[in-house]
Design a protein around this ligand. Structure first.
Ligand code: ZN
Length: 561
């Protein structure tokens, strides 16, 4: 194993980062988004809380891999693969383990690469940038940890430290009543050493800087004990955000908790509060639980524990304030019957979690992974909506879920006739979450993923009609253009363009994937077309022709004998 010199540099930097972050409360960080900018070669991770990546360089086999583990973090999509460019071939992200929750990112390299990691606070969370170490030369001072503390000043409620080089103070609470903190800058020097600085605010009582042998120390005395200190460092500045914890006045009170069984495998949990609240959701195993940590909340009118005897997914619900002194920050624990997938929707003061147990609806993709037959490409067809989710409704009450299923079934029959394998994400009127729809395509290594939906406009827009085609990833553009052209031409429908949008199913599928909006149920004319089996077959034929054209152009079809 070869050790890269810059790795040592990086390790030093990471240690200081970890040091800084370990001073904070260890709530799991939820990863909200991961993206790769291929032009700038930067991988960006947005998360609710700071991440402390642990980096391993696997250089035994050239060109090697880089493994970044993100301890104490949650990745709700569970699995994702990103196409990359430059030195990186692809990036795989997965929820590597649940207890403790750890997300793993694997960078498959095309040539050796050393990376640098930087985290900064952004609106709504933290941004971690991972890029080539060559792109981001670190000032020499960081390498030895030497630097000078130049200034300490107030900016609004926050305290800003400025130094001659990047600065990552260690923050420690000094007394039990949470009013005194010690900030250490090892190996730093300063000329600010002396009596109290003239810094006072509604939160700060005093700030004193002293030069010790091992470095600079700042003693921070606060006027109140309900302040949380969140440092974030960028370049030679460190901002210490002073955040006042929720008080009685700004707390959200829970008003209701409702649990409904939706069909045979799906359970919906809804939490209502009188004000907006913040939260994190994470799964735990052994036994299976789903934990919802809410912030700035109190129990309001909710009871502490509820046993459920008739739920598919949940045995009991427990609620507990995690801050005993203030009885705030309610933790909701759902004790599960077994392993379940979950999705959540949040709208300020309302949180909805939909759980679906793992009894397979469609043949369990993990059990049945088999490569597509040679020369017989596999197309996953995804009929939108289903079960309790009807999708759009027409004026004459035709449901999107019925139209999408009918068209998908015709399409599957036509493709199979052309020796193209198909797999439907649902065969009947069933609610299927988005994650299993995507998983079935990814785990079966499908060649194409085609999701079928109907469009809808708000009332008074009954004149709007036509075909819209959506895609997200670059490898899907050609498929989107082809299928769109066939639909518009063969149906004589209005062309409402091919559109780039980050929809869940087109974002999380690895193969070329599209979402087709085959017409508007809000248009009475198109509603009567879409509910007519003859027109449904014409739609399916147009999509079949487009798929056939695309597959032959991309040499995915067995040559004619
Ligand atoms: Zn839809």
């Amino acid at each position: 194993m070869r050790i890269f010199r810059p790795l040592l540099v990086l390790t030093a930097l990471m240690l200081t980062l970890c040091f800084e972050l370990s001073a904070q409360e260890a709530l799991p960080s939820t990863i909200k988004n991961i993206s790769f900018d291929s032009r700038q070669q930067v991988l960006t991770v947005l998360s609710s809380d700071p991440l402390t990546p642990k980096i391993q360089y696997l250089v035994d086999q050239q060109p090697g891999k880089i493994v970044l583990d993100l301890p104490n973090s949650i990745f709700p999509p569970v699995r994702q693969e990103l196409a990359a460019a430059g030195s990186i071939e692809k990036i795989r992200v997965s929820q590597f383990q649940n207890q403790p929750p750890t997300v793993r990112m694997v960078l498959d390299l095309l040539r050796p690469l050393e990376i640098a990691v930087r985290t900064r606070r952004v609106e709504g969370g933290y941004e971690t940038r991972i890029e080539s170490a060559q792109n981001t030369p670190m000032p020499q001072q960081t390498l030895s940890g030497k630097g000078e503390l130049l200034d300490v000043r107030l900016v609004g409620q926050n305290l800003v430290l400025e130094a001659s080089s990047p600065i990552f103070p260690e923050v420690r609470q000094l007394n039990k009543d949470k009013t005194e903190y010690l900030l250490s800058l090892y190996d730093f020097t300063t000329k600010l050493d002396g009596p109290q600085l003239k810094l006072q605010s509604s939160l700060i009582e005093s700030v004193t800087v002293t030069q010790e042998t091992k470095g600079v120390q700042l003693r921070l005395r606060l006027k109140r004990n309900d302040v949380e200190i969140v440092p974030f460092s960028q370049d030679q500045f460190c901002t210490l955000q002073l955040l006042v914890k929720a008080t009685d006045r700004n707390q959200a009170k829970f008003t209701d908790l409702q649990i409904d069984e939706l069909g045979s495998q799906t359970t919906r949990v809804r939490l209502f509060a009188d004000k907006a609240f913040d939260f994190q959701v994470y799964p735990l195993g052994n036994p299976h639980r789903l934990v919802i940590d809410t912030m700035g909340t109190n129990m309001g009118s909710l009871a502490l524990e509820r046993k459920l005897t008739n739920s598919q997914n949940i045995r009991s619900v427990r609620l507990n304030p995690t801050q005993p002194e203030t009885q705030t920050d309610v933790r909701v624990v759902l004790d599960l019957q077994g392993e379940a997938q979950y999705q959540f929707n949040w709208n300020g003061n309302y949180l909805e979690i939909v759980l679906q147990n793992r009894r397979p609806i469609i043949p369990d993709p993990i059990q049945t992974v088999s490569p597509p037959l040679r020369g017989r490409p596999l197309v996953v067809i995804d009929p939108g909506h289903g079960g309790n989710d009807p999708g759009a409704l027409g004026v004459r009450k035709n449901k999107e879920k019925d139209v999408t299923l009918a068209v998908s079934q015709y399409l599957s029959r036509y493709l199979e006739n052309d020796s193209i394998q198909t797999l439907l994400t649902r065969q009947e009127d069933l609610e299927v979450l988005l994650l299993p729809r995507v998983n079935v395509a990814n785990l079966r290594n499908a060649d194409l993923f085609v999701s079928i939906h109907c469009n809808s406009m708000p009332p008074n827009n009954t004149h709007v009609r036509g075909i819209e085609t959506y895609y997200t990833t670059p490898q899907s553009k050609q498929l989107a253009d082809t299928l769109h052209r066939y639909l518009v031409t063969e149906l004589g429908a209005q062309d409402r363009r091919v559109r780039l949008r980050g929809l869940y199913v087109t974002r999380h599928t690895k193969m070329p994937s599209v979402l087709l909006e085959i017409g508007f149920l809000s248009s009475p004319d198109e509603e009567s077309l879409l509910s007519n089996p003859e027109y449904q077959r014409r739609v399916a034929k147009a999509i079949r022709d487009g798929i056939y054209d695309y597959l032959s152009r991309n040499q995915k079809l067995k040559p004619a004998v």
